[in-house]
Design a protein around this ligand. Structure first.
Ligand SMILES: [Zn+2]
Length: 132
């Protein structure tokens, strides 16, 4: 889990000033029955201020498939409905990005032992996050 901390340190701190947080929308393409791509994955990770690998780990686990990140896009093995990917990303944002107290996305995940803590830079709340 040290890798996550290191990766997070490299991500520039982003302060969102608006009251409403607009969730990024995944741009999804399905190739036949074998591959599903999210073309704007790097942008999503940047907007969420999260390590792309952390998001990918969550999605891969929930979708029960393998995913590959090439620095911009993510490819999953298999054919997945747009709606289910959008729904999973929404769950990720709810669990790992948005502060449960003030509902703002200005948060970071800090690891402590097996479990992480979601620390909110807007209101200072610290909430436990479940491991992926
Ligand atoms: Zn907060």
């Amino acid at each position: 889990m040290k890798a996550l901390d290191r990766a997070l340190e490299k991500v520039p701190r982003r302060v969102v000033s608006g009251e409403r947080f607009e969730e990024p929308k995944p741009e999804i393409m399905v190739f036949g029955k074998s591959r599903t791509m999210i073309s704007n994955f790097a942008d999503i990770a940047r907007r969420l201020n999260r390590n792309p690998q952390h998001i990918l780990k969550f999605l891969s686990k929930e979708m029960a498939t393998a995913g590959t990140y090439d620095g911009q896009r993510v490819y999953f093995q298999g054919n997945f409905a747009r709606d289910s990917i959008e729904q999973l990303l929404h769950i990720y944002i709810t669990r790992y990005v948005v502060c449960p107290i003030c509902k703002r996305p200005d948060t970071k995940i800090e690891k402590s032992g097996r479990f992480g803590t979601l620390t909110c830079e807007a209101c200072g709340a610290r909430s436990p996050v479940r491991p992926i």
